[in-house]
Ligand binder design. Structure first.
Ligand code: NAD
Length: 438
């Protein structure tokens, strides 16, 4: 199959590289000349584990190429995937579909012969219909089908997720389009990945329903963590005891500073908008959004309390991205928590293994070259993102560098007993505060 991928970001580039690995011929298109130039010269513009090898192997094999010129990629394609961004529209929380619609218009002008146009971007119910209208308005005789194929990969494990998804969801209305999508995903089908064919509307809603449900799980365990702190229970034991129940499952039951990232915040908001518009409000998702917004403030106040006020203090923050193994800072909790601490007079020093470039654009803090230089002379430190390299810090060295041995661990990556034995005041989430044991 010949595929054009419009939008070469976290989803577009991973999908394109993996499709080419399946044996298809894929051309990636992006408006961002810098991105395309970087890719052409063998550089990967984002941090995503394992992606560089898949890209370079398939470029070498002649199956994967890059261009800024959509009109060159589309005419020969059997399927054109739209993987452009759908951020929150400023002010009202609606998904901003302007990039999707602009891409649809350009595709319509360039397509030649039967083409399946596939929305991989996360888009509200009814968008497929709109995309089809746009195409038909440009080219009334266009021979095409518009299909929904939402993406479920996670940044940080995107390549593995794409190669071995739990399921592939395809919303399509014709047998002809179904055959093209079946052919594209055949290698996964042979691996026994369930491929679920639904109506376009169901497919579009499945993506939002899944993300809102996962966001709800995170929010639920965060509220349980608050209860644990009041009653002397341990949220990790509670989460484990819940998660071992097969009906619940242990994933997404990690208490922390609230969800962030490029998907959950904007997708829960967009689902709320859809639900209000169609007159089927969802109070659960409303609460999830409100509780999660408050969660970030609550965590900033938790830090403030642990430090006994932060005015004039230097706080080292380890981890700035919204989760480990990505350089993505979109809606990261750090973007709320750090400015809050600064507004209370704290001086913040940060370190992140991969997020430095984005953090420099988004935060007005001193960014250090490693964890230990961030800790040097600080009044205590905070773990905000659970990068592996923070799990095994040299605690003696840390203690010597800090003015006071205080850790606020918002990801619960240390054992309370270990920290106490190492002489730290250890504040974590949903567990009792530990005083130094010696
Ligand atoms: P991104 O911002 O990383 O990439 C989008 C790319 O599209 C950018 O490089 C931009 O330059 C390009 N673009 C915009 N308009 C274009 C046009 N007309 N022609 C060519 N290129 C164009 O976004 P992303 O994180 O890859 O997300 C893309 C979509 O996938 C969103 O709808 C998102 O909700 C969804 N999604 C994202 C993830 C994730 O983890 N990032 C997971 C699942 C689904």
């Amino acid at each position: 199959m010949r595929i054009a991928m419009i939008g070469t970001g976290y989803v577009g580039l991973v999908s394109a590289a993996c499709f080419s690995e399946f044996g298809h011929e894929v051309i990636c298109v992006d408006k961002d000349l810098g991105k395309i130039d970087a890719l052409k010269s063998g550089m990967i513009p984002i941090f995503e584990p394992g992606l560089d090898e898949v890209v370079s192997a398939n470029v070498r094999a002649g199956r994967l190429s890059f261009t800024t010129d959509l009109s060159k990629a589309v005419p020969t394609a059997d399927a054109v995937f739209i993987a452009v961004g759908t951020p929150s529209r400023r002010g009202d929380g609606h998904a901003d579909l302007s990039f999707v619609f602009a891409a649809a218009k350009e595709i319509a002008q360039a397509m030649d012969g039967y083409t399946v146009v596939v929305t991989k971007s996360t888009v509200p119910v009814g968008t497929g219909r709109e995309v089809e209208k746009i195409i038909r308005a440009q080219r009334s005789n266009a021979e095409c089908d518009v299909v929904s194929n939402p993406e479920f990969l996670r940044e940080g494990s995107a390549v593995e997720d794409f190669r071995r998804p739990d399921r592939v969801v395809v919303g399509c209305e014709t047998e002809r389009a179904r055959e093209v999508l079946t052919e594209i995903y055949r290698p996964l089908y042979l691996n026994e990945t369930p491929i679920l064919f639904t109506s376009r509307e169901s497919s579009e809603l499945i993506k939002y329903a899944a993300n809102a449900f996962l966001a709800k799980k995170i929010t639920f365990i965060n509220e349980m963590a608050n209860i644990c702190e009041k009653v002397g229970a341990d949220v990790q034991d509670v989460a484990r005891g819940m998660g071992l129940d097969g009906r619940i499952g242990g994933k997404f039951l990690h208490a922390g500073p609230g969800f962030g990232g490029s998907c959950f915040p904007k997708d829960t908001l967009a689902l709320l908008k859809t639900s209000q518009e169609v007159g089927a409000p969802t109070r659960i998702v409303e609460s999830v959004v409100a509780v999660n917004d408050q969660r970030k403030i609550d965590m900033a106040e938790k830090i403030e309390a642990a430090f006994g006020g932060v005015s004039g203090k230097t706080i080292a923050v380890l981890g700035l991205t919204f989760k480990p193994n990505t350089d993505d800072m979109r809606d990261a909790p750090s973007l709320v928590i750090i400015p809050y601490l600064q507004s209370k007079g704290a001086r913040v020093r940060g370190y992140d293994p991969e997020g430095e470039r984005e953090a420099r654009n988004l935060l007005n803090i001193e960014i250090c070259k490693d964890a230990y230089s961030a800790l040097d002379g600080a009044d205590g430190f905070v773990i905000l993102t659970e990068w592996n390299e923070f799990r095994a810090l040299d605690l003696d060295r840390v203690k010597k560098l800090l003015k006071a041995p205080l850790l606020v661990d918002l990801r619960n990556i240390y054992r309370a007993a270990t920290m106490s034995a190492a002489g730290f005041v250890y504040v974590s989430v949903g567990r009792a505060t530990q005083k130094p044991g010696k």
